[in-house]
Design a protein around this ligand. Structure first.
Ligand SMILES: [Zn+2]
Length: 126
């Protein structure tokens, strides 16, 4: 279920984004300032380019890497393997393309949190 965001203007100067069933219409940065999803995504991407690391989410169909509210970071995802870790949790290893570079990481499965980092691998299938 999605409802309209409010007319509140956020710190970034934009209105609140559309609300999802589990998300409010904005993100909050480390200083507690609210930003719309587009600005959150921009900031996430800037961080990825600068630092070469990211925390994000694997979409429910395992075909996209997204931010928490579902903004798409990459739609070129290759699932390498799925398995269980020694604690019985699910672990999914994958690669994805971002900015023409291959990133690799692992997460807890579809719809779940993941960690990834930039690699020097030349292609998803290398
Ligand atoms: Zn904004």
């Amino acid at each position: 279920m999605r409802t309209e965001g409010t007319d509140t203007v956020l710190y970034c100067g934009h209105k609140e984004s559309e609300r999802g069933s589990i998300t409010v219409g904005y993100g909050v940065d480390k200083d507690g300032k609210a930003h719309c999803y587009a600005c959150c995504l921009k900031e996430d991407l800037r961080f990825m380019r600068r630092v070469g690391r990211c925390t994000a989410y694997l979409s429910e169909d395992s075909r996209k890497i997204t931010t928490w509210p579902g903004e798409v970071i990459s739609d070129k995802v290759l699932i390498l393997s799925k398995g269980r870790d020694s604690f019985g949790g699910e672990r999914t290893y994958f690669r994805f393309m971002f900015d023409g570079q291959v990133w690799s990481g692992f997460g807890m499965g579809p719809g779940m949190y993941l960690r990834a980092k930039r690699t020097k691998i030349k292609s998803l299938y290398a």
